[in-house]
Design a protein around this ligand. Structure first.
Ligand SMILES: [Zn+2]
Length: 300
């Protein structure tokens, strides 16, 4: 198994997600906590201006700007589009990156606990997520395989597809100890895993399969012909991420208190329920389906 030599931890990719921002500050003051002798770890505040302004982004969502074509399109020159190009220079370039692996720290306002987003079936990354779940059984795994060069997330910049750590519930623009500490623990487990794989040249003892979720679709909040919201997430669903939603069960509640049912032919599971960051696009929640994630040890 190929050794990891350079790892980058990024935070504040969304400027008002303060957990990652403050973990970076903590680790700058306490580098021994993230120091492992078989690789180097660098810390990068991904979107400093948005963080200064306590906003998710200034012009565009930074975590959608890392597709190969967009990185090479110089007509795209908003703040985040330029910032993505700088990060590509700093950590990449994406087609032959200096950095082997990016760990990107996020928070959500939804009640999702610790969620790890796995974007490849590469056993190195799947093994990392399984390792964290072994240490923190309450962790939820998202499995969203994508093609690294085309993918537009920051974690696609490294030589290997990196890991996105998403922790909630945390309101935007503030810190909560539980989320901060869970993110810290999950990150340190990731570093321990890399150290172990580097040392032994193989994956540690891990389950062959773990259950997780796979994205199906987003559901928009109901709006009128003027594009104004006419309903909100139903109280039964609030904070009920990863619970089943059956067809016909209430999904939204209108401003005048009428339940709006889930129009579907099958049971699905909610995630990012009432996520504040998605109100700019009037998205109420994501729908997920359960999936078995396999650790394919012979895959490389
Ligand atoms: Zn985020």
């Amino acid at each position: 198994m190929q050794r990891i030599k350079h790892l980058a931890i990024t935070g504040g990719t969304h400027g008002n997600e303060l957990t990652g921002v403050h973990l970076l500050k903590h680790w700058r003051n306490n580098p021994e906590e993230i120091c492992r002798d078989s690789f180097t770890t660098e810390l990068h505040l991904a979107n400093p201006k948005a963080n200064q302004c306590n906003r998710r982004y200034l012009d565009e969502d930074l975590n959608r700007q890392f597709g190969w074509d967009d990185l090479n399109d110089h007509a795209l020159c908003g703040y985040e589009q330029n910032r993505a190009k700088s990060l590509n220079t700093l950590l990449g370039p994406k087609d032959d990156p200096r950095v082997d692996f990016v760990l990107d720290l996020h928070t959500t306002t939804a009640n999702m606990g610790v969620t790890l987003v796995i974007k490849t079936d590469d056993p190195f990354l799947v093994g990392m997520a399984f390792y964290v779940k072994q240490k923190m059984p309450e962790v939820t795994l998202f499995f969203e395989p994508a093609e690294r060069m085309a993918d537009n997330f920051l974690v696609s910049l490294g030589r290997h597809f990196g890991l996105l750590v998403e922790v909630g519930p945390v309101p935007q623009g503030l810190l909560r100890w539980d989320a901060y500490e869970n993110t810290r623990q999950a990150t340190l487990h990731c570093l321990d895993y890399v150290q172990q794989v580097n040392e032994t040249g193989e994956l540690p003892e891990l389950p062959e399969v773990q259950s997780g979720f796979h994205f199906v679709r987003k559901v928009n909040l109901p709006e009128n012909e003027r594009g104004e919201l006419t309903a909100m997430v139903h109280p039964n669903l609030q904070d009920a991420d990863y619970q089943p939603i059956k067809p016909g069960e209430p999904l939204f509640m209108s401003l005048d208190g009428k339940a709006i049912p889930f129009d579907s032919d099958r049971t699905l599971y909610g995630a990012f329920i009432n996520e504040a960051a998605y109100y700019d696009r009037h998205i109420g929640l994501s729908l997920m389906e359960p999936v078995e994630i396999k650790l394919n040890r012979t895959g490389r």
